[in-house]
Design a protein around this ligand. Structure first.
Ligand code: NAD
Ligand code: IPM
Ligand code: MN
Length: 359
């Protein structure tokens, strides 16, 4: 069956890294992967072209696609837009919500070749393999009511709502328990149940699910401790399950354990088998247009697309192996370079992965 892939490069380094990942997708196509590729705009690029971060037509194409490959959105050009509902980030959030992509997988895996690139000691991170399962369509990101108001005395205030219902917690919990069953069978649920009601319910639901997965050892941790434990002794974790905002923050911290945020891919899945695949990092305006961006997180997101949506395990493995080979060759973009390695551009890194894949 032919799969339709929608490519949304976005802003900043988005187009640069997506270009390299598309090369890899095309190499898979040449090896017999039955896909068609379409491209469209999202984020700031779509605002500039159509006045909205996600055009209705683009959303329709996204809904019809088997998978979406997204670069990154946002940048200083649009940061001063007063109405937050019209900013670039809203395009990404709308895609997640409209396609019901509630299951966000963020694997923090250290390639052994990059032990020296991490800001932590090699012995702390070597062998690191954590899967963060982040709830992606609920929590404080989407809770109502939200907004800005003014009190009678003229003082402005603003508020958001941290809300989860049992159904939302249960479905992300099941993804995490099943993920743990396929891995080292340890699941740590991260919450703030000492303060926030929504996360007391979160903990209750996780505990209620646990007997259905007797082979998985469930533990709970408060998010502040989890942030500390991630940099103290990250290898204690196998699978982490957490809500939308905590997952956003913890995954950036976990990224650095792998050497760079430029190494962390992601998959966002719904219950119909559709997925959106994107690096965890943003549009990196500070390095955009300079050939400095690391395309590996996006290329590894293509591997996740093959694994989780297109059901092409062998090709997914081949891409991950090709990334390993390129790192073996000592090739590094600036973010993961250190003395003794060879610094290359975004494009040269993409080409090297392609060559390794084809050899
Ligand atoms: P960021 O992830 O864009 O950048 C943080 C730092 O990491 C920067 O120093 C950047 O140069 C570096 N970095 C990020 N990706 C890299 C890569 N592939 N290779 C090398 N270095 C890399 O986060 P930020 O600066 O907080 O946000 C910038 C913009 O991106 C904002 O508009 C934000 O809203 C947006 N953003 C978008 C996404 C997304 O589209 N999924 C994610 C995060 C942030
Ligand atoms: C991410 C990003 C997004 C998020 C932003 C850009 C909306 O930081 O994908 O991690 O907070 O989820
Ligand atoms: Mn983030």
């Amino acid at each position: 069956m032919s799969h339709n892939i929608l490519v949304l490069p976005g802003d900043g380094i988005g187009p640069e890294i997506t270009r390299e990942a598309v090369k890899v997708l095309k190499a898979c196509q040449a090896r017999g992967l039955d896909i068609t590729l379409e491209e469209d705009m999202v984020g700031g690029a779509a605002i500039d072209a159509h006045g909205v971060p996600l055009a209705e037509k683009t959303l329709e194409r996204a809904k019809a696609a088997s998978a979406i490959l997204l670069g990154a959105v946002g940048g200083p050009k649009w940061d001063t837009m007063e109405d937050i509902s019209k900013r670039p980030e809203k395009g990404l959030l709308a895609l997640r919500k409209e396609l019901n992509l509630f299951g966000n997988l963020r694997p923090a895996l250290l390639y052994p070749q990059l032990a020296e690139a991490s800001s932590l000691k090699p012995e702390v991170v070597s062998g690191l393999d954590i899967m963060i399962v982040r709830e992606l369509t609920g929590g404080i990101y989407f809770g109502q009511p939200r907004g800005f108001e003014k009190r009678e005395d003229g003082t402005r205030y603003a508020y958001n709502t941290y809300v989860y219902d049992e159904h939302e917690i249960e479905r992300i919990g099941r993804i995490a328990f099943e993920m743990a069953q396929k891995r080292d069978k340890r699941l740590c649920s991260v919450d703030k149940a000492n303060v926030l009601e929504a996360t007391i319910l979160w903990r209750e639901v996780m505990n209620r699910l646990a007997p259905e997965y007797p082979d998985v050892e469930l533990s709970h941790m408060y998010v502040d401790n989890a942030a500390m434990q991630l940099v103290r002794a990250p290898k204690q974790f196998d699978v982490i399950v957490t809500g939308n905002m905590f997952g956003d923050i913890l995954s950036d911290a976990a990224a650095m354990l792998t050497g760079s945020i430029g190494m962390l891919p992601s998959a966002s899945l719904n219950d119909k088998g559709q997925g959106m695949f994107e690096p965890c990092h943003g549009s990196a305006p500070d390095i955009a247009g300079q050939g400095l961006a690391n395309p590996l997180a996006t290329i590894l997101s293509v591997a996740m697309m093959l694994r989780y949506t297109l059901n092409e395990q062998a090709m997914a493995d081949a891409i991950e192996q090709a990334v390993g080979e390129v790192l073996d060759q000592g090739l590094r973009t600036a973010d993961i370079a250190y003395p003794g390695t060879t610094q290359v551009t975004t494009e040269a890194m993409g080409d090297a992965v392609l060559k390794a894949l084809e050899s």
